[in-house]
Structure formats: C-alpha cells, structure tokens
Design a protein around this ligand. Sequence first.
Ligand code: SF4
Ligand code: SF4
Length: 470
Amino acid sequence: MEEKNKKPINRRDFIKIVGISAATSTAVLYGCSPGKENTSTSSATAEGEVPTDKMTHRDNPTSGDRVSLLGYGCMRWPTKEVAEGSNENVIDQDAVNELVDYAIAHGVNYFDTAPVYVQGFSERSTGIALKRHPREKFFIATKLSNFAPSQQTREGAIAMYRNSFKELQVDYIDYLLLHSVGGGGLEAFNKRYIDNGVLDFLLEERKAGHIRNLGFSYHGEVEVYDWLLANHDKYKWDFVQIQLNYVDWKHANETNRRNVNADYLYDELNKRGIPAVIMEPLLGGRLSKLSDNLIARFKERSPGSSVASWAFRFAGSLPNVLTVLSGMTYMEHLQDNIRTYSPLQELTDEEKEFLEETARLMLTYPTIPCNDCDYCMPCPYGLDIPAVLLHYNRCVNAGDIVKGKNDSDYARARRAFLVGYDRSVPKLRQASHCIDCKECVPHCPQNINIPREMRRIDAYVEQLKQGTLE
Ligand code: SF4
Ligand code: SF4
C-alpha cells in the first residue's frame, strides 16, 4: 500500500535523528545498564547450548499463525553515546540488528513495538532490523498509542496509525492493539476509540486486510476490560494482551495496587477462546531481581536454571497463551529465554505450588511496583521518577533498608543507600524536588501514588542523613 515505493531509510540519517538527550533518557539507560538493573539477573542466568530449532510455537485459532512462545518486546532497545563523553544517546542499530537476527535464527517470530517506545524511536529501529528479513518470517505487533489529546481526534489517531506503517516499512500489520486501555475508565476509552469513530475505522482496516489481528492491551480499571469482552461478539477480538506472572496470578492487589488478579483476566479470555499475549512475565523485572534468599531458594532447587526461567515457564504453561513478551536488551537475556522455551517444559502442579509459596514470600519484601516504563516522564520539576523508585527497590532487595539505628547492619546499609542514591540519581532529580503537583499520577499504568512514594523516600533519606531514624 502506501509503502510500496518508499525510499529506504538511510542508516546514517536514522542515527542522526534518533537523538535522545542524556537528561531525558536516564530511565531508559538505567534500565539498560548491565551494572544496574541486571546485577542480580546476571548472577542467576543459566548457561549452555541455545537450540536453533526447538522453540515451542502456539497456533492462533483465528488467523492460523504459528507464533513463537517467546515474543520480542521492543521497548528496551540498546542505546549508545553518539560519541564518547557525549550527552546524547542513540539507539544502537547494529546491536538491534544483531539481536533481531539472532532471535529469528532461533525461532522467535513475534515482535511487539509501539509508537511511544524508546521515546518514539522503537518502531523505526524495529522496522529497519526486520526489513532485512523476508516478510513472512515474522509477525509485527504495534499499537495505537493515542494518549495525547491531539491524537484522540479521528484525524490525529488515524495519522498515528498510518505513521506506524511508514516507520515499520510494512504494508500490513499482523497484530494491532488499542494501547493500554483501562486507565481513566470507560469515559477515557470512549474518548480515544468510540466517540471519534476510530474503532470502527480499525474494524474496516481489519476487513480490508491491513490489520490481520485486532486486539487491545489492558492496564487499569476492570470495568473497561469487562465491557470490551462483553462486546466480543461485536468486535471479535483476535487476541488480548494482559499482565500476568506468578505473583499477579493471585496477588495483584498486594503488588500492583490493581483491583483484579491475573487469573481472572486469563480465565475471561480462555472461556471465550481469545488467545492471550502476556506482558510483564517478570513483573517489570522484579522476578529476576529477587532478594538473595529467594534466589538461593531457586538455585537450591534447580542450580542450572535461571531465576527468570521459572517465571517464563509459569506464563508459558498456560495453554491459552499465544506468546510471552520479554523486552530483551542484552544477548544473554535473549539466549536465556530461548533456552527456556526451546522447548517449554511445562510446570508440574508441585512446581506451581512452589512458585505460589515464592510469591507469598516475596510479598514480605515490599518493593514499589515500578517497571521502569517511563510513562510518567518527563516530570515538569525534573525528577527522574523511575530512577528514584528503582534505587529504592534495589536497596530493598539487597537488604539496605533499615528500620532504625539499632539494626545491626545500620552503618553499612545507611552508607549503601545514600552513596548509591547519589550515584543513581543526580541530586537535582531526586525525590526532594517533588512538589506534589500530581501530573505524573494518571500516567502510571501500575497505579503507583508517585508523589506519596517520593515523600516517603525523601523522608527516609533525610532521616538517614540526619541520623534521626529511631
Ligand atoms: S508529583 Fe512530583 S514527581 Fe510527580 S510530576 Fe509532580 S513533581 Fe514530578
Ligand atoms: S509510570 Fe509508573 S511504572 Fe512507569 S516508570 Fe513511572 S512510576 Fe514506574
């Protein structure tokens, strides 16, 4: 269609325009840093052969697609400095190409992106990498991320949809999602998709073959989820993307402050025969960055398996799951996940019980459910919200949060928290600068009360600094 005669994007042009200033990309880089986010993960990563031809696939009952159980989430592509010491960062397209080539060579065929990922550059980067492969070798999933008011008019939303084809260099989209529905309830949903006729437009696009499968990704209020499924006869959802992992399965209320557990979301799809695409199999990375005692628990049971592999096996063992998404920045994570699903070893009932016990134990370590998605950014007052929250979580997992001066570990933990804080978050971007404007709050898909957490963390920091922690 509109892309037939498109001039290919010159890679040098691409790199030039993919400018991500260091100031605005801290959270993205933070999430990508092996020395930070992946510290615990690396220690818990398995080693061994990576099979090329044993990937488990699932059949999509509506389209007949044979989809790899491992899906590539394209929201964390690797970045690099434009030049050494530069304060500008770009997507490392060579590294992206290498990851995509490796994934395809090892049986991965589902790539999930969105106009808003990697500060708006994921679709283009993903398109460049995939364009180098025959079109029939992969399924591309992207979303209508019409969050801004200007994108909620019919013209604005359709322009965004058409731009995805251009960025991805494709003339059909295999899986198109209404992005992140649920936040703001039915009123917000109607504004984005119903009142402006955009859902009707997308249904027509599916009929015309420009969209092969139409679905939605769900975060937020369950009334919207229920409404969309109650109207399944009308809309004929081909798939639905939900957050699911072994903690959220029964304990979403306790971890993510959501009002619905993942078993409900899954069962509602299962009984209607709608395939589930899984996001957050690692609960925003938290299930690969467990506290040391929980990692030891897994290692004792299965020394050769990574901690993350248990979470992937949990999601993959559910038969109505089409694919499980993982945002893999590093080759070692891609290889680990390929091993887990090549082929999938389904969990036994006893292993499921072991994971449920693990979930209950994990809930005794109260981390904040930030998954570093960056949707709350930028903060108008300059805070690096995810970096603050992730530093706090890392300290919880490392045992660096103390209750008072009488804790035996007080001096070490105090120093670890304060020194690590200044290293992870520039002073001007720390929690103390939050003025409680609440602008960030509606953007957080995890429903985190960000200003409250900022106040709490700042109060803790001050008590550590002043030595007033009782
Ligand atoms: S409430 Fe605080 S963190 Fe959120 S946008 Fe306002 S200043 Fe930034
Ligand atoms: S939007 Fe919420 S989950 Fe995402 S980075 Fe911000 S605080 Fe974390």
